[in-house]
Design a protein around this ligand. Structure first.
Ligand code: ZN
Length: 88
């Protein structure tokens, strides 16, 4: 009986965490006024063309795509983990 409550709580925590992540992600993609002259990740100069094309841009092309790759595949680990446990 008590187990049901514990499980619900855990799921809710996970949902809260992913909502928070989604909000952070959405905020990180919102134009934030000024574009940076340099990539905030690696310091590379961001070209005028890129700054005009993406208002509020803060990352160079390389860092931006790297960051998006990381953010779009957060479930890879969990999927692999559950597959392993099913095999055992
Ligand atoms: Zn960079």
């Amino acid at each position: 009986m008590a187990g049901g409550w514990t499980r619900d709580g855990g799921v809710q925590d996970q949902i809260n965490a992913s909502v928070e992540d989604a909000v952070k992600l959405a905020r990180s993609r919102l134009p934030d006024g000024e574009s940076s002259n340099n990539c905030e990740e690696c310091g590379t100069v961001i070209s005028d063309a890129r700054r005009k094309a993406i208002p509020g841009v803060r990352l160079c092309v390389g860092c931006q795509s790297e960051r998006e790759e990381r953010q779009t595949t957060p479930t890879g680990f969990n999927r692999r983990g559950s597959k392993d446990s099913q095999l055992r």
